[in-house]
Each structure stands twice: as C-alpha cells, then as structure tokens.
Design a binder for this molecule. Structure first.
Ligand code: ASP
Length: 329
C-alpha cells in the first residue's frame, strides 16, 4: 500500500442484480440516479468539512435507508411471513471497531443502530429482540410496520411466494399502497442492499452496509451484510469493502475480508483484488453480486457479475460518477 495522500473519496452502491437497460423505464433510471447522487452528496459534505470516513458512511447510508427505491430501511423487501427484518453493519478501518444488527423490525435507520452497537456496547453483533431493545434504550427512532410498506415490494413477495407455492400473508397494518412509489421501485430479482465506503482526509477508511435481505426469506435468515468479513469489512491496512448479492455465497467466501487479505498480504491493487474475488471466486461458486471498495491511499474500485449495480463515486479531485448498467464506466 502506498503512502496516504491528502484528500478524500467515497463510493456508494444501491444493490446489484437483474438491472438491465431494458428493465428500467426512463423515469426509474432518473429516480435511481438522483437518489444515489443525494446519498453521495450527504457523505461528501461530511468529508469536505473534514469529517471522518465513519460519519460520512453513516450519513450517506441514512439517506439510502430513507429512500423507498432501495432494499434497505424504508424500501426493504418482505420476509415470507410479510414482515421486514433489517440487517446492517458498520466498521472503522482505523481501529477495527465494528457494530452490526440483524433481524431488526422497527428501527428506522439500522445503520445508526449498528453504529450504536459499535460505539456504546461491548459487542459487535446484536440480533432480533435484543437489538430492538438496545435501539429503544439508545433512543433511536422506532417506526410502525406500515412505514416500511412499498407496494412494489409486496407484489414481488406475492410473485415469489406464488412461485414457491406458499400462502400469501396479510398485508402489514398501516400499509399505504402508494402508487407513485410502486411505479418507480424496481425489482432487481429478489435482492438489493445499500452500502458506502469512504476514505477521509486523514487516510482512514470505513465501510457500512444495510439491507432488507432477500424477498420471501424465511424469518430469522441473516445475510452477509451484518457479518463482519462477509458483506462488510474495513481496515486501514488494506481497504474498506461493502458487498451486495446472494448473501449465502458472500458468507461462505468471506468476500469483504478476502478482498482485504489480497490487498494486504498479496499486494494486489484494489481493482485486481475486487475482480479476483467477484469475477473469479464468486462466479466459480455460482454466486451473483458485487462490491465497492476504497483504499487508504485513495484508490476506488467496484466489481460485479450481474447485469447491473446501482453505484456512484466521488473524490476531492474527481466529479461525481453515477452508473447503473454493466456497460457504464
Ligand atoms: N446481500 C444481501 C443479502 O443476502 C442481499 C443483496 O445484497 O442483494 O441479504
């Protein structure tokens, strides 16, 4: 790894999956690009003001969680029994401190709950009722189940349960069925997730990931996003990485940590490391997905083996780039 240079950089993803040009209407394409740009801007504002990579990651992910287009926070997909179970993690590359939550159902911004686990508990990962109780004790905003209802996600659940021959559960209380949102949210094939990696002016890196998981998942299923080393990892000795894709594959490969190990121990460039794990290892195992990454020297990278990945990046000396499809730079 080369010496840290001054400046900052930030990369965002909004999920990978079946996201081909032909699948998105022009108004959906624009809505997703604008939402990604808003998140990048929220993170960049922190970094421009000499804030930390960790704060930039949390700020940008909160924007994505509040955005109904993405499968995290408000726009989360539904479990087979018609609820949301949210997973999130955050990690500080400077200290290797990490916090994560799994199976959260009422916390508006799971990334901030993960941050609270990291900053104010003795633990790394809290799940289910214990995580919810901690959220309440920490005074984090709690919302009713109807807050998370996006009509399009419900229809995706009905399709998935129909395919599996399972019973469709009752709609959650307070489900509003907002048709405008229903028209814009895209179903990228049962999945989605949001993630942010950042490098601040001190050369520290951080990573965060937040997700509703996979449409029609069994209750209690935990994906890769909250598992440190699988969907999320950050170390100043290598890189910060956030993943999106079929969690069951990311967990078995330890994707995020594998990328960091290739950089730290094998001396690969960041781009070579993300390509090695995604294009070679993940593809060979039959998994689909992608990652974003940033290194303490300012390198930024992304790699995915799906038809698209919602993604964007910016740096102190580079204008914002927003991309969706495979053929975009
Ligand atoms: N990785 C997420 C999970 O398996 C889903 C996704 O990123 O598409 O929970």
């Amino acid at each position: 790894m080369s010496e840290a240079t001054p400046g900052w950089s930030l990369v965002v993803h909004g999920g990978s999956g079946v996201i081909a040009r032909a699948d998105l209407k022009p108004e959906q394409d624009i809505a997703y690009r604008c939402a990604l740009a808003r998140a990048v801007e929220a993170g960049a504002e922190v970094l421009r003001g000499a804030g930390t990579a960790l704060d930039a990651v949390e700020a940008a992910i909160r924007v994505l969680e509040d955005e109904p287009l993405f499968n995290a926070g408000r726009g989360a997909v539904f479990t087979a029994d018609g609820r949301v179970e949210l997973d999130a993690a955050i990690m500080n590359g400077a200290t290797l401190a990490a916090g994560a939550v799994a199976g959260v159902t009422r916390t508006r911004n799971p990334i901030s709950l993960a941050r609270a686990v990291m900053d104010r508990s003795d633990h790394v990962l809290l799940a289910g009722a214990g995580a919810e109780a901690f959220a309440v004790a920490e005074g984090l905003e709690q919302v009713d189940p109807g807050y998370f209802f996006v009509e399009r996600r419900w229809r995706a659940l009905e399709t998935e349960l129909g395919r599996q021959g399972l019973t469709i559960p009752a709609r959650p209380n307070g489900a509003s069925g907002d048709q405008a949102l229903a028209a814009l949210a895209h179903d990228e094939g049962k999945r989605g997730t949001v993630g942010v990696v950042a490098r601040d002016a001190r050369g520290n890196v951080a990573a965060g990931t937040s997700t509703g998981g996979t449409t029609g998942k069994r209750w209690g299923r935990i994906g890769d996003s909250p598992l440190i080393g699988a969907g999320t990892y950050a170390s100043n000795r290598s890189a910060a990485v956030s993943g999106t894709g079929e969690g069951e594959y990311f967990i078995r490969l330890g994707v995020a940590h594998a990328i960091c190990a290739l950089v730290e121990l094998r001396g690969l460039s960041l781009q070579d490391a993300v390509d090695r794990v995604i294009q070679d290892q993940l593809s060979a195992l039959g998994g689909e997905g992608g990652v974003i990454a940033v290194a303490p020297d300012g390198q930024m990278a992304w790699s995915f083996n799906t038809s698209g990945m919602y993604r964007a990046r910016i740096a102190h000396d580079q204008a914002m780039t927003v991309a969706i499809y495979k053929d975009e730079p």
